[in-house]
Design a protein around this ligand. Sequence first.
Ligand code: SRM
Ligand code: SF4
Length: 570
Amino acid sequence: MTDKRSRNEFIKEASHQLRGTLAEGLKVQVTGSIAEDDSQLLKFHGSYIQDDRDVRGERAKKKLEKAFAFMLRLRIPGGVMTAKQWIALDDIATTYANHSMRLTTRETFQYHGVIKSNLKRTMQAINKAALDTRAACGDVNRNVMTASNPYLSKAHQQAYDLGLAISKHLLPKTGAYHEIWLDGEKVKDASRPAKKDEEPLYGVYYLPRKFKTVIAVPPDNDVDIFAHDIGFIAILEKGEIVGWNVTVGGGMGMTHGDTNTFPRTADLMGFCAPDQAIKVAECVLTTQRDWGNRENRSRARLKYTIEDKGLENFRDEVEKRCGFKLGKPRAFKFDGTGDVIGWRQGEDKSWNLTLFIENGRIKDVEGHTLKKALREIADLGICEFVATANQNVTMAKVAAKSKSKIESILKAHGVALEVSSHLRANAMACVALPTCGLALAESERYLPSLITKLEDSLDKVSLRHDDIVIRMTGCPNGCARPYLAEIGLVGRNPGLYNLYLGAAFDGSRLSKLYAQDVNDERIVALLDPIFKAYATSRKDGERFGDFCIRAGYVKPTTASNQFHADVKLV
Ligand code: SRM
Ligand code: SF4
């Protein structure tokens, strides 16, 4: 019988627990790239080989190698960093990367533009700051996101503690990372067979695909719990967490034109006690490890395992592995998926300032020296830093007396605490061009100017200060979770986007395709009258996404797998 497993399965199997020939390849100086198989393994170490797509054509004409450089993604569970770590990360951006730090949609940072000869040095500098990039990418449990931020309340702290524990428990145990990047014990002899027991959870094949864990504390759904493979929703009684509702099978990625692939909101699988949560996470992961599709990577996420095997069967298997039954999900209520921008006081009376960072990009431009401002604040050592799931950053645990100092530093660097509109404050765009190899259209570099145009439309009907969630991605993979935004824009071709409407403000319902292949002008022309109708005929408290359904612009996506059903294009 022929072995139908995907190519990546063979690469993992032959890699000697993620070692491959990475150590040797890094020493080769004639190219800025690395071997193709190693580039797949490199992801497990938190890095991607990319090339600057802005100069691709020009370099090809000159018969030059592509302008290769590496993206590095950190693993920062819950996004929490000390001021000292911030200082180190800021230095690394300047010394080794493209002088910018990129907050991601998953509570961490990416660096772009690290050249091959600096890759190892960068990894070592990150390690020196007591951080790492392990399992930030690849077919493993990724950076664990927890309701930001731990300093808000006891429940937030407990959510963070669980996140840390799950992150540790599900982290790959291979020594490859230390050997390759940190000059640990000599890299294993590649001729020796891989040792399965080096990875008790993952074995030699790791997972069929990426796996994402998140933890939410209602009423905030800032982590967008329904977009992830597994989620834990805190159930509180009198301020104490009495257990967790467990969600499984969320995910955003799909392929244009292939209805076998779709974004899916996670299902509520059950309820577990606080001391059962780590075991549940482990057993969901191992069930997906054993049941997931290893032949077709575009159908390999947990969401498809659950579609194909059924939630009941999946739950039975998880319970069997856990050795206990899950309870019935308990009642909970989410208000929204956004961050609360501005100052917020924690239960311990300390202050937390969440700063809006447009699309997560931290850099200095004339008149807006954001990177310098944050560095100056970090240098004072008066706060910790928390990366949010909405590409923003919170300066946490600030004493009342230090608030004005932070505000004056930000002001001096041209960084405002207020955002020009609530649409912008609720916006996210993925990285896309020029670094993302999968981008079909601009995203991070385009959304800000589109929002400026949409702000004019909002002004005409006095909606500038209404919360409406807009998200954009340069391709259908969904890195900014666009299908859970009330207005979602997904790149199809340069300058052309699919427009989705009708997602729920609290992140519980997916949107629906409204218009295909629309350009800048058409996006504004389509949204302008909808804003007007919303302003004049919305019901009391009605959200924009809900209105779009009631007013008949799109049908609701009623079930997690019904994203492609009932589409009527405008
Ligand atoms: Fe993502 C691939 C960037 C969050 C779904 N994502 C990529 C790559 C690595 C492109 C590639 O494979 O070559 C992008 C690197 C671009 C660059 O130049 O930096 C990339 N993803 C990002 C980030 C940086 C977007 C951002 O602007 O913040 C986010 C990093 C998160 C992190 O810190 O770990 C990011 N990606 C997401 C999310 C959102 C989330 O998890 O909350 C999703 C949708 C949720 C999900 O996983 O379903 C997401 N990324 C994808 C997919 C589609 C996966 C799928 O199941 O179909 C890909 C492509 C793939 O895996 O084949 C992808
Ligand atoms: Fe790249 Fe697509 Fe993800 Fe945007 S959504 S970062 S274009 S993979």
